[in-house]
Design a protein around this ligand. Structure first.
Ligand code: NOJ
Length: 551
């Protein structure tokens, strides 16, 4: 009976869940090597429970030479010693469940590290061997094969092809990212079988799902054909589009020969069968940048994946009209196939929210308002570690940078290290992150630590804690995704909607305080800043703020 009750409560847990992204290397170190580890995640589970999230998603902790923060996997069914071992992973899964949370892990199917045994086998095998067919190996063009098989660029900068140095077997292999991340050939049955094995391996250990890295990239079309504008395409993909007209960018992104091809869907249909064959609800969320965004719904059709990250908010300006139209569009697009929306304000690949919204006090203020707006929306909500603290990007001297993007673009793009600075937990040396030397410099002040913020009522941390609590218990917010928003007429630059029963959300994205006449009595439930007030029938909505009203 108890079992039955639990299963029922679990139903659709992911549709409205708040999922906290742990970047393990920067979360909590317990062995003094300056890098976070799985034991550290176990140590901080009570914090995550207190914060009020429903689940955690861990970026990769698998065996890896760590050339791209672990997204260069050399054994997907083992734990890298820097993070612990398989037994620590099992403990983590168990302890997460004991804490009443779900746990999602990353899977990286587009590429393997060149340290993977398959790649080593491939480079020691002849050109047309089975071992090479698991990757994309081709002869070069030109009289001596000195020209790569096509003109694609790596998304991290530089060419997407690297030539083997061996003179007899000197083919080129494809890598859409770093040269140590060789793209896998998903036409190959070994590749398919191996990933099925990996999925089952982690599902058997009890994980509740997967975040699928580069989910839109597995199928490639016309691999031997040049792209008409490889430089423009790379800029468009990297969002480095200053000066590029919108229509030009849209045209470039509408047909990328290595992204969002039809072939990916069949793979996810077969994966869905695996997820569904397990008890409980094991889920998947796709990291898939697709254009136009309406194509996202194709990944979350009923027999495919459960969620796809909607990255609109990750790059959105703090602008009322833009946000309203994005929210409407996303809810309607994924709603049409019965899937919940997702909301993402930051992750390990993008500048931190405060930095992106202008930095300093104004960035903080807008970030709080944006977060409170986001927490009121129906669907899954993803929070990147440290976002709850209102952290900005760390300042990193070039000599300390680690991201391959920095090196491959020859320093033109500073890369993503700024968003990956370890967590400031306490006011101890190294902010309680490590007893060793942190792998990236930590330059916080003590007001930013968890320890300090816990005791400051108005802190960003306490705002997240309070809003997530309301999100979990309020009858208007705890419902599943299909509850509609009721949009309210409002002034330019403001966002206003109701969620039934009895909750209204107002956001002011302008830099001026606004007064809104309410046509029914209202009580202020929570606001992103102290200068928001309900006075009689009026809501005084300060600039760059959001509030939730009980009506
Ligand atoms: C997306 C991941 O989030 C990012 O960190 C990684 O560099 C690329 N995929 C390649 O795996």
């Amino acid at each position: 009976m108890l079992f039955f009750v639990m299963e029922k409560q679990d139903q659709g847990w992911w549709r409205n869940a708040t999922i906290y992204q742990v970047y393990p290397r920067s979360f909590q170190d317990t062995d003094g090597d300056g890098e976070g580890d799985l034991q550290g995640v176990i140590k901080r589970l009570s914090y995550l429970r207190w914060l009020g999230v429903d689940a955690i998603w861990l970026s990769p902790f698998y065996k890896s030479p760590n050339k791209d923060g672990g997204y260069d996997v050399s054994d997907p069914r083992d734990v890298d010693p820097r993070f612990g071992n398989l037994s620590t992973a099992k403990d983590l899964i168990e302890e997460t469940h004991n804490a009443g949370l779900k746990i999602i892990v990353d899977i990286v199917p587009n590429h393997f590290s060149t340290d993977h045994i398959w790649f080593k086998e491939a480079i020691n095998s002849p050109g047309n061997s089975e071992a090479r067919k698991r990757f994309h190996f081709y002869d070069g063009r030109g009289s001596t094969g000195e020209i790569p098989p096509n003109n694609w660029n790596s998304i991290f900068g530089g060419p997407a092809w690297t030539r083997l140095e061996d003179e007899i077997n000197s083919q080129w292999y494809l890598h859409l990212f770093d040269s140590t991340q060789a793209d896998l050939n998903w036409q190959n049955q070994d590749v398919r079988r191996d990933f099925e094995r990996t999925l089952k391996f982690w599902l058997d250990l009890g994980v509740d799902g997967f975040r699928i890295d580069v989910a839109h990239g597995l199928a490639k079309d016309e691999i031997l054909k040049d792209h008409p504008d490889p430089t423009g395409l790379t800029r468009a993909l990297r969002l480095d589009v200053t000066g590029m007209p919108d229509n030009e960018r849209a045209a470039l992104l509408s047909d990328v020969p290595f992204f969002d091809r039809e072939g990916v869907h069949e793979i996810y249909r077969s994966w869905r069968k695996i997820f569904d064959s397990y008890s409980g609800e094991r889920i998947s969320v796709a990291e898939a940048w697709v254009h136009p965004s309406s194509r996202a719904a194709r990944y979350v059709r009923r027999d495919e994946l459960h969620q796809i990250f909607n990255f609109d908010f990750l790059i959105a300006p703090w602008d009322g009209e833009f946000l309203v139209s994005a929210i409407k569009r996303i809810l309607s697009e994924v709603g049409a196939v019965g899937a919940p929306a997702t909301w993402v304000l930051s992750n390990h690949d993008s500048p931190r929210l405060v930095t992106r919204l202008g930095g300093g006090e104004i960035g903080q203020r807008r970030a709080r308002a944006f977060a409170l707006l986001t927490h009121s929306l129906p669907g899954g909500c993803y929070i990147y570690q440290g976002e709850e603290l209102g952290l900005s990007d760390g300042s990193i001297p070039d000599s300390a940078r680690q991201d391959p993007v920095y090196y491959r673009t020859k320093g033109i793009d500073k890369g993503r290290d700024g968003a990956r600075v370890p967590m400031p937990w306490s006011n101890d040396p190294n902010f309680g992150f490590t007893k060793g030397r942190p792998w990236l410099p930590m330059s916080f002040d003590t007001s930013q630590s968890v320890e300090t913020q816990m005791h400051v009522k108005e802190s960003s941390l306490n705002l997240y804690h309070a809003s997530l609590e309301i999100r979990r218990v309020h009858p208007a917010l705890k419902k599943s995704h299909d509850q509609e928003l009721i949009w309210l007429e409002t002034q330019l630059g403001l966002i206003a909607f109701k969620r039934e029963p009895g909750l209204a959300v107002y956001a002011n994205t302008t830099n001026q305080d606004r007064i809104i006449r309410l046509n029914q009595p209202a009580k202020l439930l929570i606001s992103s800043s102290a200068d928001v007030k309900v006075i009689g029938p009026e809501l005084h909505l300060a600039k760059d703020s959001t509030c939730w009203l009980e009506m």
